[in-house]
Structure formats: structure tokens, C-alpha cells
Write a protein that binds this ligand. Structure first.
Ligand SMILES: *Cc1c(COP(=O)(O)O)cnc(C)c1O
Length: 411
């Protein structure tokens, strides 16, 4: 890896490099085929097998898998009673679902600013949002790009106000946080939050096709999550209220009987998806190692392009999962628009993407909450550009991307 690669002739156009994609191997396909041959295509054995493996992999007591990351966020909001009359802090740089899910459950959203260099909410950003909004019930923190901010300090602020904490770790399965005194804790273990949410969409680090999960350590909350996944019904005799309908004359529960506690949706993941998730989870370590090597390749190759182009930020207290490699480019200084750079990259067979347009500027939220000044989010948004990063990429693909980017920017 050397900067001379930047001056090397442009590699011949190879296969298109999207900004992210799944890596499905023969054993993943075999696992799905086996699930398809089973007796139960849904509510079968793969669901719990995947949940147990996931809980173990991230160091949580419970994992509840579901149909996607958005459903997982909604289930988290349901399980923590973040509905009508409640307020939830969400950082402005994230995918729509982080705010939409608690909002659709009835909660109002308080947008927080982020660090303009990392896109992550800092403790002072949370504090500023709380100073602005008054009493708030929860914070949904986001591990943008697979990094983690100072989640210990964020937890301290939130706990002092009795707030619930949900980590949106849709970018961060396989990441870990290095705490000041408590050593390394896996994202998903809930060391500094109540619940952690993951997505297993194909662009994320492991794929279920569509899929998601919530991890929890409190068994009552885990039960609440299970009900939030499955219509709000219970089959546990201890829960039954209509005892005359629920039990036979000998006191045994009637075999057909279930009760509704709170109406919920069907957010289940089926056995086909869970078989794929389980197979992919076995590769998490390998995939993350690969992503770290590719990110290190980008770091080295982009260094000569500084300060016009900056490497994706790497937090000091984080062992990142590198879901995205978010370069930051001073498009104004370069005299070229981001759209032009993206179009030129696409001509070279290179995909790129912007993560994310700040949520407080989305028409729906801007209308609902008025114009907010969140300059960190605006500045991060103005400069970020996610470059291709996925487990089947090679270092020569990284060289190809950086070389094309350098040419487009006039290096
Ligand atoms: C992908 C993603 C989601 C939503 O996950 P889906 O599985 O696509 O529903 C939520 N939050 C963040 C930060 C994400 O990246």
C-alpha cells in the first residue's frame, strides 16, 4: 500500500463497486436450502437458534429477531413505553427509521446535533438537546458508520435524568467500546444502554435479506419485545386474566387459549431469513476483520489527498465495525459539486452514497418542529461521501476507488 498507487494509471473498468453489498457464500445458500426443507418455514427452530447465537455473539442475555431494523426500533419503542406524551432524543444524522419508529408509536422527537467530523452525537450535543427540550424520556443513540461515540458519558447524562437509552447499532454489529474503567464492551451487550437494535439488510455487515433484532438484558423487557413482535398476545398461563375462559375445570390451561395484552403488529422474521442470519453470523469476525483492513487501506491511500479529502473518522475509544467508509470532502474548496463527483465515480463503475440528509431538515419534521439550528449535522452532511466498502472487496478495489476519486478532484 503506497501513495504511488494514486499516480498509477487508472485501473481498467471492472465490475461495478456499489457502496455496500452482501457477501453470500455456498454454505449460506446450503443453510437456507436446509431451512426450506424443514417442517416450519416460520416460527420454527431457526428463529431461536439465531437468537441464542446472536445474544452470545454480542454478550447480551436476550435477543429477539424480527423482520427488519425499523421493526426492531418500533419494538424497542413499544417495549419501553415510548408512546404518546413521551419525548425521544434522536441525533440528526441517521436513517429516517431511527426517528420514524418512536414517532409512529406516538412519541415526539427532539433532534440533537452531532460532531461535524464524525457524524456522532457527543455528550454536549445530548445536553444541548435536553436544555432546549425540557424533560425527555429516552435517547436513541446512533453508531454512525460502525463507530461509537462516548456512550459512557452519554449514558451518565441520560441516567441522571431517568431516561431510557436505545442504541441504534444498525451500523455497528461487531464493534466494541473501550470504557474508561470497565474495559472493552461489545456493542449489543447493553453495557451503557437498555436495548440495542440491529439491522441485517443486505448492505449491513451481515445479511438476512430483510431482518433485524433487539438485544436486552432484562427478562421482562425481553418478554415485552416478544409480544411486540407477535400481535401482543400471550400464551403464558400466569398472564391470563379471563381465568374462566383460560382454564379447564381441572385447572389446566386450555390448549387453544391465548390472551391479548396490548395490540401489536406482526414483526416476525421467518425461518428462511433466520437460517441465513445464523449462517452469516458465523462469519461476523471474518467480515469485520476484512472491513477493518479495507478501511486501513483507504486511510493510507487517502492521506496524500488531505486536507481536501479526509479519511472516515475513527473514534479513539472504539473498535469499529466499519459498516460505511464515510470520507469527508471539501467540495467547495475543490470547486466541484458532490453530485458531479458521484456521477463521475459512477462512470468509472464506482458507487457512492450520502449518509445522511439531516432529519431535522426533512420536510415532515421541519414542518412539525420548525427550523432548528444544528450546525454540526449540517456541516457533516455537506462533506460526507460514503465510498465502497464490503467484505468481498479487495485492496486493489480500494486503490481503484481512490485513484478515480483523485483524478476527479484534480490531483
Ligand atoms: C438500516 C438502518 C435502519 C433500518 O434498518 P432496516 O433493516 O432497513 O429497516 C435503521 N437505522 C439505521 C442507522 C440504519 O442504518
Amino acid at each position: 500500500m503506497s501513495s504511488s498507487a494514486l499516480r498509477a494509471p487508472r485501473a481498467q473498468p471492472n465490475a461495478f463497486l456499489p457502496y455496500g453489498r452482501q457477501l453470500i457464500e455456498d454454505d449460506d445458500i446450503a443453510a437456507v436450502a436446509e431451512a426450506l426443507r424443514g417442517d416450519l418455514l416460520t416460527t420454527g427452530p431457526y428463529v431461536e437458534r439465531f437468537e441464542n447465537a446472536l445474544a452470545k455473539a454480542v454478550g447480551a442475555k436476550h435477543a429477539v429477531v424480527c423482520s427488519n431494523g425499523t421493526a426492531a426500533l418500533h419494538m424497542a419503542a413499544r417495549a419501553l413505553d415510548l408512546g404518546t406524551g413521551k419525548k425521544v432524543v434522536v441525533p440528526a444524522i441517521t436513517f429516517l427509521a431511527t426517528a420514524n419508529a418512536p414517532h409512529l408509536n406516538g412519541a415526539e422527537i427532539v433532534f440533537a446535533d452531532v460532531d461535524p467530523e464524525t457524524g456522532l452525537m457527543r455528550p454536549q450535543d445530548l445536553q444541548a438537546a435536553l436544555d432546549r427540550a425540557g424533560p425527555v424520556d429516552a435517547v436513541f443513540n446512533v453508531h454512525v458508520n460502525g463507530q461509537c461515540g462516548d456512550i459512557e458519558a452519554i449514558a451518565k447524562i441520560a441516567r441522571a435524568r431517568d431516561m431510557k437509552i436505545v442504541d441504534d447499532a444498525c451500523h455497528a454489529i461487531g464493534a466494541a467500546f473501550i470504557a474508561k474503567n470497565d474495559g472493552v464492551s461489545q456493542i449489543g451487550s447493553n453495557a451503557f444502554c437498555d436495548l440495542t437494535v440491529f439491522s441485517f439488510h443486505p448492505v449491513k455487515t451481515i445479511a438476512m435479506g430483510e431482518g433485524g433484532a433487539v438485544t436486552a438484558n432484562d427478562p421482562l423487557i425481553a418478554e415485552r419485545l416478544l409480544r411486540a413482535r407477535n400481535h401482543g398476545m400471550t400464551r403464558k398461563p400466569d398472564d391470563f386474566i379471563n381465568t374462566e375462559d383460560a382454564f379447564d375445570t381441572d385447572g389446566a390451561p386450555n390448549p387453544w387459549y391465548y390472551e391479548l395484552i396490548d395490540p401489536e403488529f406482526n414483526w416476525r422474521a421467518n425461518d428462511i431469513q433466520c437460517a441465513l442470519g445464523l449462517s452469516q453470523l458465523g462469519k461476523l469476525g471474518r467480515f469485520v476483520t476484512r472491513r477493518r483492513a479495507l478501511a486501513a487501506g483507504y486511510d493510507a491511500l487517502l492521506a496524500p489527498l488531505a486536507p481536501l479529502v479526509l479519511a472516515s473518522a475513527h473514534m479513539p475509544d472504539c473498535l469499529p465495525a466499519w459498516h460505511l467508509y464515510a470520507s469527508r470532502i471539501d467540495f467547495e474548496c475543490a470547486g466541484i459539486s458532490r453530485a458531479t463527483v458521484m456521477r463521475e465515480l459512477a462512470k468509472d463503475g464506482i458507487g457512492s452514497q450520502v449518509h445522511y440528509f439531516p432529519l431535522h431538515r426533512q420536510p415532515y419534521y421541519a414542518k412539525r418542529y420548525g427550523a432548528l439550528s444544528l450546525p454540526g449535522a449540517d456541516r457533516y452532511y455537506a462533506q460526507c461521501l460514503s465510498l465502497p466498502l464490503f467484505a468481498s472487496m479487495s485492496l486493489s478495489d480500494v486503490e481503484r476507488v481512490v485513484s478515480a476519486l483523485g483524478n476527479i478532484l484534480g490531483f
